[in-house]
Ligand binder design. Structure first.
Ligand code: CA
Length: 521
């Protein structure tokens, strides 16, 4: 603990003495500063992690991080979609300040936490899914998937060109991460981002786990058949419904023999309202509710099987750290770029500000500093990650970063003036899921959402209605609360310097497979 306070004091002195002092401190503090291993998956909902109370699966290795460290229960994405969340994590800034509100190309010339850590003499590395359109900057080593990448035999590329790896993406990303750890310079602390593709759509499991959930009945969430009564147009108009919008590709239906190219793609892209399949050895045509039930099970079986490989690989990574003397001085973080709907409100995907999509799982282990088995309900946002990394390195966060360091929370001393509400803004409207643009706030007890292109509001009492089924915006008894929340919303919007810079930004579709550069050599 003492060394952290010392680091803080030094960080403060460097803040007052400018960048040169910062550099001097960086080299002086040397090996005492902790390593940072940041493991992030893509679209992993906390309700599919057993230490968060999952009813659908068991994740013993992720639970191990929580058991040996802390589970944070209220860490939220400020714009719940892949590319914007990644840009926010790197910059510590909201989408409207880092220039990535939708699937824009990230301008890598702007300041990022990787560049700042590099300046304080950290060894920086980025492995796996990057998905920011431009190549990584600020990393001593990087090896990334082009665009979304693929699950099987993925191609990666680095500064020298591309290379195809045999195997399953989650295993390969872990292998490359462990290799990078082995080959790192040992005289510096490291900051390593290990970003998985899984469990992103189209949810292709590996061979080991493919059949793990095949004969299991996955419990449905109570609001799988939400009829959206009392809610705004947004839920009615979305195209991310488990029952209506999963395609033959998502459901892994077998195409007729002889189809290829554009014809095959077209067949796979159909959202089937009738499916012929074999159940317990009997061929059957599924329609209506029977088909809906089947779709939910198919979706979840594959999603959860992808998660299981993530869990195995996180275990492998922890074992490697522990076996190589890196347990004590390495901060291990597990998170996902946002949450995901696992049938809640009848949805898959993310984007909406409802809890399952908004909430990022956040588990962290740091032996000797974080009390094992601790939890926190402080409201965190993905803008906090960069200031946290800088705090660990003993470097000050630039004043234009919009988050705060988690360090005092991890030490069990949440500051009294910690934020009481978080601001959210989603832009990608209509986009492929027709999710209506909205902004809003979430406090410890309430949520207020404004669909600005529709001029429609939703308000939820999260204590009384945690599943967000009853919109109290027009409830006469809620008017005082609504008005207070509105005031806080506009105060936060202003404080976060959102003056609608990107309110009219047009959606850009994310390319699933970006062409990799030429092969190495
Ligand atoms: Ca994502």
């Amino acid at each position: 603990m003492e060394s952290i306070s010392r680091r803080r004091m030094l960080a403060l002195s460097s803040l007052t003495c400018g960048p040169l002092a910062e550099l001097a401190f960086g080299s002086a503090a040397g090996a005492k500063r902790p390593n940072i291993l940041f493991i992030m998956t893509d679209d992993h909902a906390s309700q599919a992690i057993s230490c968060y109370g999952s009813k659908v699966n068991q994740t013993p290795n992720l639970d191990r991080i929580a058991r040996e460290g802390m589970r944070m229960d209220r860490v939220f994405a400020t714009n719940s979609i892949c590319t914007p969340s990644r840009a926010t994590i790197l910059t510590g800034k909201y989408s409207h300040l880092n220039g990535v509100p939708v699937f824009n190309r990230f301008d890598g010339s702007q300041p990022t936490v990787a560049k700042m850590l590099q300046k304080t003499d950290y060894y920086t590395a980025m492995i796996g899914k990057w998905h920011l359109g431009s190549d990584p900057t600020g990393f001593d080593y990087w090896n990334i998937l082009p665009g979304q990448g693929v699950y099987n035999n993925p191609t990666f590329y680095d500064k020298d060109g591309s290379e195809t790896y045999k195997g399953y993406a989650t295993d390969v990303i872990t292998d490359i991460t462990i290799d990078a750890l082995k080959n790192r310079p040992k005289d510096k602390p490291f900051f390593m981002m290990s970003h998985h593709k899984a469990p992103h759509r189209e949810w292709t499991p590996d061979e080991k786990h493919r059949k793990m959930f095949e004969h299991k009945h996955i419990p449905e969430p109570a609001n799988l058949r939400d009829d959206y009564s009392g809610r705004t147009d947004a839920l009615h108009e979305q195209k991310q419904s488990v029952f209506r919008d999963l395609t033959r590709r998502d459901l892994k239906l077998k195409p007729p023999a002889g189809l290829s190219g554009a014809e095959l793609n077209q067949w796979l892209g159909v959202k089937p309202m009738e499916v012929e399949t074999e159940i317990d050895g009997v061929r059957k045509t599924l329609r209506g509710k029977e088909l809906e039930d089947w779709k939910y099970q198919r979706y979840m079986q594959d999603y959860l099987a992808c998660v299981q490989s993530v869990d195995d690989n996180v275990g492998r990574q922890l074992d490697w750290l522990d076996a190589n003397g890196l347990r004590e001085n390495t901060v291990v973080i597990y998170t996902s770029d946002q949450g995901f709907f696992l049938g809640e409100h009848g949805l898959y995907d993310k984007r909406f500000m409802y809890e399952e999509s908004l909430r990022m799982p956040f588990l962290v282990r740091w032996p000797g500093v974080i009390r094992p088995g601790s939890t926190s309900s402080a409201i965190g946002i993905n803008c906090d990650f960069a200031p946290t990394f800088l705090d660990l390195a003993g470097a000050p966060a630039p004043t234009d970063m919009q988050g705060r360091s988690f360090l005092p929370i991890w030490e069990g001393k949440t500051p009294r003036d910690w934020r009481g509400a978080m601001y959210y803004r989603y832009y990608h409207d209509p986009g492929d899921h027709n999710t209506r643009a909205h902004y809003g706030i979430r406090t410890a007890t309430h949520k207020l959402i404004y669909f600005w292109k529709k001029d429609q509001w939703e308000c939820y009492d999260l204590a009384a209605d945690p599943h967000e089924m009853r919109n109290i915006y027009n409830d006469p008894k809620a008017q005082k609360t609504v008005s207070m929340l509105k005031q806080e919303l506009y105060r936060l919007k202003k404080e976060m310097r959102d003056d609608d810079q990107f309110a009219n930004e047009q959606p850009k579709e994310s390319s699933y497979v970006q062409a990799p550069p030429p092969r190495k050599r």
